[in-house]
Design a protein around this ligand. Structure first.
Ligand code: HPA
Ligand code: ZN
Length: 338
């Protein structure tokens, strides 16, 4: 099963680049930039990765991200992620970044976007992986701040695929960001939002009705509302589910109890993703592997979710059909082997 999963062509649609910062690179950049992390060693830092909720994690995640200072730091971070993604045969990756986490520390928007973009361009050439960048607004901050951030990002419009909504969910509903999402849509940017990770099903509805997002990130709590489930199925709204993340942050007790199988069986357009792999114990392939081991998904189901990931991406029709063809070829060779 493991080699099947690693080789399965797939897209990753929910990964925060700051969440791919491995402790070794964090310490190296801290030393280079003369910044402090607050932990003495890689081991001590790893030991701190015990979270009881999203906020617990976000506190450490923002602290870690503070080692990123210049374009080359963002380049190295993104290059390391794309290398790991390629090892899981990720053929297309849509990467989230938190601009405000950096601009609020005095790092220029240009340094962030140019470092990320250069790494993406290089990986496209070297690894044949296609990519896109999605800037997430921090929902614990105000809509005015999000609007300022969008203004700062517009000179780099050509390097951006879309905008998203991340950070502390409960108490910060999608309705807080109606105008900034409308403005982003008017600029032709794609839109997605985290909803229903810790927040109620109502936040998923708001994201669809008020922000008009094209995908929901997480969405697991939608399962508490059967009418919403029916709508998500009818409208084929893609959900970017992150199983290891949900267990690490206590949204779900264990992989065995994760709602993903129920979501899949009820016909929702679910995809499997890593969220913050350096913090949650695994990259996208590890997430496929965890659900295969503990929920009983077979190869056909995993292949269908890989197809969903391609279909739910914002890749061009041509790129999508090429990756679908790779999946077809892979599935056929697997069938021949049996
Ligand atoms: N939820 C919200 N914000 C985030 C997450 C998440 O899982 N990861 C990084 N920022
Ligand atoms: Zn996320």
């Amino acid at each position: 099963m493991e080699s099947f999963i690693r080789g399965l062509p797939k897209a990753e649609l929910h990964v925060h680049i700051e969440g791919t910062l491995e402790p070794e690179l964090m310490f190296e950049l801290a030393a280079k930039n003369a910044t402090t992390i607050g932990y003495a060693s890689v081991g001590e830092l790893h030991a701190a990765y015990e979270f009881s909720c999203l906020q617990d994690f976000l506190d450490i995640y923002h602290q870690g991200a503070a080692v990123l200072q210049d374009a080359n730091d963002f380049y190295r971070l993104t290059t390391a992620y794309l290398k790991n993604a390629a090892a899981d045969n990720v053929r297309h990756a849509e990467i989230f970044f938190d601009a405000q986490t950096h601009t609020n520390r005095g790092v220029a928007m240009g340094a962030v976007v140019e470092g990320l973009s250069a790494a993406c361009a290089n990986a496209e050439e070297q690894l044949g992986i296609t990519t896109g960048l999605i800037m997430c607004f921090l929902r614990h901050l105000s809509q005015d701040e999000a609007m300022t951030t969008l203004d700062q990002a517009l000179p780099y419009r050509e390097q951006l695929l879309g905008v998203g909504l991340a950070s502390s969910e409960v108490g910060h509903p999608p309705s807080k960001f109606v105008e900034v999402f409308a403005r982003a849509r008017a600029k032709g940017l794609h839109t997605v939002a985290h909803a229903g990770e810790e927040g109620p099903p109502e936040y998923v509805r708001e994201a669809l009705d008020l922000l008009h997002v094209e995908r929901i990130d997480h969405g697991i709590r939608a399962m508490e509302d059967s009418e919403l489930v029916a709508r998500l199925r009818y409208e084929a709204v893609p959900l970017t589910v992150c199983p290891l993340s949900n267990v690490k942050l206590g949204a779900v007790a264990s992989i065995a109890e994760h709602p993903l199988p129920a979501m899949f069986e009820q016909g929702l357009m679910v995809t499997i993703n890593s969220d913050d792999p350096a913090y949650f114990g695994g990259y996208v392939g590890d997430n496929y592997l965890a659900v295969a081991g503990d929920t009983g998904f077979d190869k056909e189901a995993l292949t269908e979710m890989a197809r969903n990931s391609v279909e739910a991406s914002f890749a061009s029709a041509d790129r999508k059909s090429r990756i679908h063809a790779e999946i077809d070829g892979y599935a056929a060779s697997e069938a021949g082997r049996r």
